[in-house]
Structures are given as structure tokens and as C-alpha cells.
Design a protein around this ligand. Structure first.
Ligand code: BGC
Length: 248
């Protein structure tokens, strides 16, 4: 195990993915490994899947894990798009006992934001960066000069009478069969609200739909630059590894 390597696991709705991270570059060392998210995705079943991922690499050091929920002092507080059994779970204690080591648990968007800010699309920006993950819900990370304010949960901000993630997550586009244009107009309403509140220097957008960002970023009617995430499906893993090394 090199001094400059860390390990992160990203718990998502369909897969639980992990990998060894080179902390100097933010790149994965070798491939990531993925197991299917168990159903129901209770804390106990996910802990078993996380162990499988860690054992696959024979990784012995500290581990960072993301969950798609608010996490304070290692305890999961919300469950907007996950099994309600997570609420009140001390996930750091649970994963720590399962893996027999120190585990750091962070919100998924916060992890992605940390990684993008340090190694990805935000690395040249020295001001306020907001990362938004657009998927089933909207996740957010607010970072100022490399320092994260955790659990901002901007996806739940009410925008014109509707929660932002119910208005403009990419799942809404999918369910309603909207064009990019229609969806971009809804997302613009949400992003303009964030601009008014936080005045960021840059928005970074992640999630599967950011792979086709050239089809919709140009349609956004907002004042702040918006760029796609560059680490794509490794950002959560890399950010989790950063958090585990208290580099967050
Ligand atoms: C959750 C956030 C999460 C986001 C993306 C939201 O519904 O409240 O904690 O970061 O979805 O997964």
C-alpha cells in the first residue's frame, strides 16, 4: 500500500462501486469494481456489499464511503431516495464494525464536489464552486477555496412552489419524456435561484446526463458559467477517499 493511495466506495441506486485512488492525481489505480446494490438497500445489506468491494482489492487501510443522504458525524439523517431504514443509522459505526477499521461516511454529492474541486472541473477556480449532481434527485456541494460546507441539500430548496429536484432532476426529464429544451428551462429556473442565494463563480454539473452536456448546457439561461464534471463515474470514489484521509 503506497502512502499516496486512498480508497473510496460510492453507494448508488444501482451499483456500489469502489477503487484505489492515487491521491496525487485523483486518478484510480487500476479499474473500479462494482457490485449491484442489494434490494432492499438497507444499511445492513449495503454494508455487506461494501465489504465485498473492499475485499476484492484486499485493501487494508482506511475507507471512505458515500451515501445519497445527509450525514452528520457519521450518522445518516435523511432518506429522500433511499431505504428509510437509513435514517438514524450510525453508518460510520456500522461500516467500521463490518470492515474492522476506521470508515468515514460522506454525502455523495459532497464527495463528488470535493473531487471535482481538487482534481476536476473546478481545479482552476479559487472562489465559490457549486457542484450539482443531476440524477434521481439533485445533489449539491458548496465549496469555497477548497473547503466544503457539507449537506447543503439544494435539491430540496423550493423553487416557484416546487422542490428543485422534483422540478429539474434528470429523472423528471425521463419520466415526463421532455426534450432537452424543456428540461433546460426548468433547470434554469432552479440554477437562477441558486445564483441569487450563493453567487458562485462556477457551477459544475455531474450525473449521467452530464455526458451529453453539449446538448443542454448551451440552452441554460443563467449568468454563471456552467461546466460538466470531468471525473464522471469516479468522482464519488475519489471524494470518498479524500474524506477518509481527512484531506477534505
Ligand atoms: C438527497 C441528497 C443526495 C442527492 C443525490 C437527494 O435527494 O437528499 O442527500 O445528495 O439526492 O443523490
Amino acid at each position: 500500500m503506497s502512502e499516496n493511495h486512498g480508497f473510496g466506495v460510492d453507494i448508488g441506486g444501482s451499483g456500489i462501486k469502489g477503487g484505489v485512488v492515487d491521491m496525487d492525481t485523483g486518478l484510480l489505480v487500476g479499474d473500479r469494481f462494482k457490485v449491484l446494490t442489494p434490494h432492499p438497500a438497507t444499511p445492513g445489506s449495503c454494508a455487506g456489499a461494501v465489504r465485498e468491494v473492499v475485499e476484492h482489492f484486499e485493501w487494508k487501510g482506511p475507507v471512505g464511503v458515500t451515501v445519497p443522504a445527509v450525514v452528520t458525524s457519521g450518522t445518516v439523517r435523511t432518506a429522500a431516495n433511499i431505504d428509510p431504514g437509513w435514517i438514524g443509522t450510525d453508518a460510520e459505526a456500522l461500516f467500521g464494525a463490518t470492515l474492522d477499521r476506521t470508515v468515514t461516511v460522506v454525502n455523495d454529492a459532497d464527495a463528488a464536489g470535493l473531487a471535482e474541486d481538487r482534481y476536476g472541473a473546478g481545479r482552476e477556480v479559487n472562489g465559490v464552486v457549486i457542484l450539482l449532481t443531476l440524477g434521481t434527485g439533485i445533489g449539491s456541494a458548496l465549496i469555497h477555496k477548497g473547503v466544503l460546507v457539507p449537506n447543503t441539500e439544494l435539491g430540496h430548496l423550493e423553487v416557484d412552489g416546487k422542490e428543485a429536484e422534483h422540478r429539474a432532476a434528470s429523472s423528471v426529464k425521463e419520466h415526463k419524456g421532455w426534450s432537452y429544451e424543456k428540461w433546460a428551462s426548468q433547470l434554469s429556473r432552479v440554477v437562477r435561484e441558486y445564483e441569487k442565494l450563493f453567487w458562485p463563480d462556477l457551477f459544475i454539473v455531474g450525473g449521467g446526463i452530464s455526458r451529453q452536456s453539449d446538448k443542454w448546457i448551451p440552452m441554460l439561461e443563467v449568468s454563471t458559467p456552467v461546466v460538466p464534471a470531468t471525473l464522471l463515474n469516479t468522482a464519488g470514489i475519489v471524494g470518498a477517499a479524500m474524506a477518509s484521509r481527512a484531506e477534505a
